[in-house]
Design a protein around this ligand. Structure first.
Ligand SMILES: Cc1cc2nc3c(=O)[nH]c(=O)nc-3n(C[C@H](O)[C@H](O)[C@H](O)COP(=O)(O)OP(=O)(O)OC[C@H]3O[C@@H](n4cnc5c(N)ncnc54)[C@H](O)[C@@H]3O)c2cc1C
Length: 317
């Protein structure tokens, strides 16, 4: 979509240059599809282009993985193949979450190669899969402020509602640090969409931390991420009770991709699947990714010759 109210595109990552009517431009997949009238009350007048920051997309250290806000989905998808020098593939089992989260975009070529981790967090849709990944892995977002300061916020608290987040005008998301302790945990992933190749309606990630506690992060089903922490793996009833207490009905998201009642049912079901998966020894169950699937197809239906058009078909042999 043309953004015909834009008078200038400025290459900068300096929040001090931000003024009213500006928007940070990352991959542009939201900006150029929503148009310049969709952000705030006034049309956008300038884009502050993050395309030449030179920030390394991924930095791996002993502390964990730092993702630049400008890291693309394609770059993130490539990471588990070569996480970095000194990282033994088995030492960070939670790397197994990266690809299912990228796949949750069900993305076009454009979104895959252009859209960014930061753009996804800052768009703050309930179905933002980079939000799911970074919140579940206890990501810490670093935010640069127009006055020259910076602050850090847990990603689980960064998104505050459907399309809402904690950024003040002019603030720039710089990066997200995924700590080694979270990457070292065993994880389970579940996702559901109402339609084939559809947007996520429910996306849950569970992690068993080193001490045997469970961290369960609910996204897509809810307007903002909801995180539950248990010191030990809970029983089925206490998990269901904790979900009931943590997510009031009004917090379940309601749009064309799923009604709140369905999202709630599926949240409870998938949370229990995750609990059951993580309660078995690692390696005993194949990692199960529900994702963008249809249940096994029923046998083909056939209609006998000369059947009236409104007759119910019979099952094929
Ligand atoms: C076909 C299609 C399918 C899609 N599927 C999904 C989906 O399943 N789930 C989903 O969540 N989204 C989806 N999207 C929306 C979008 O592509 C993603 O949210 C994407 O990750 C946005 O990233 P971007 O870099 O392109 O953001 P941009 O369009 O560049 O920016 C989006 C917003 O974030 C702000 N912003 C960007 N970077 C920063 C930063 N570092 N600091 C502060 N503000 C910043 C911008 O100013 C703008 O307001 C889809 C879009 C398309 C076109």
């Amino acid at each position: 979509m043309d953004m015909n109210t834009i008078g200038a595109v400025v290459r900068t990552a300096d929040p001090a240059e931000w003024r009213d009517g500006d928007a940070w431009l990352a991959g542009g997949t939201v900006l150029f599809s929503y148009g310049s009238l969709a952000f705030g009350n006034e049309p956008l007048r300038r884009l502050l282009d993050l395309g030449s920051t030179g920030w390394p997309a991924v930095t791996v250290t002993e502390e964990g993985i730092e993702l630049a806000a400008t890291c693309t989905v394609a770059e993130l998808y490539a990471l588990p193949d070569e996480p970095g020098p000194g990282v033994h593939p088995g030492s960070w089992p939670a790397l197994a979450l990266f690809r299912p989260c990228c796949d949750s975009f069900v993305a076009s070529f454009k979104v895959w190669n252009m859209s960014t981790v930061g753009g996804n967090l800052c768009t703050s849709l309930p179905a933002g899969p980079m939000i799911s990944l970074c919140a579940a892995l206890d990501g810490q977002a670093t935010i640069l402020c127009p006055g020259g300061d910076s602050r850090t916020v847990p990603v689980a608290e960064f998104v505050t509602g459907d399309g809402r987040n904690c950024l003040a005008p002019g603030e720039l998301l710089r990066s997200v640090l995924l700590p080694a302790s979270a990457l070292a945990s065993r994880a389970a992933f579940r996702r559901l969409s109402l339609s084939n190749l559809g947007r996520s309606g429910v996306l849950l990630i569970g992690r068993l931390d080193g001490g045997g506690g469970l961290v369960l992060t609910v996204t897509a089903a809810t307007k903002r991420p909801v995180q539950l922490r248990f010191d030990t793996l809970p029983g089925a009833d206490s998990l269901a009770g904790a979900l009931e207490a943590a997510i009031p009905h009004a917090l379940y998201h309601n749009d064309i991709h799923g009604l709140p009642a369905w999202r709630k049912d599926m949240t409870h079901r998938m949370a229990e699947e995750i609990r059951a998966e993580l309660s078995t020894p690692a390696g005993d169950t194949p990692q199960h990714v529900s994702g963008d699937f249809w249940p096994p197809r029923a046998p083909a239906l056939k209609t006998a010759p000369n059947t009236p058009r409104n007759a119910f078909p019979t099952e094929a042999a």
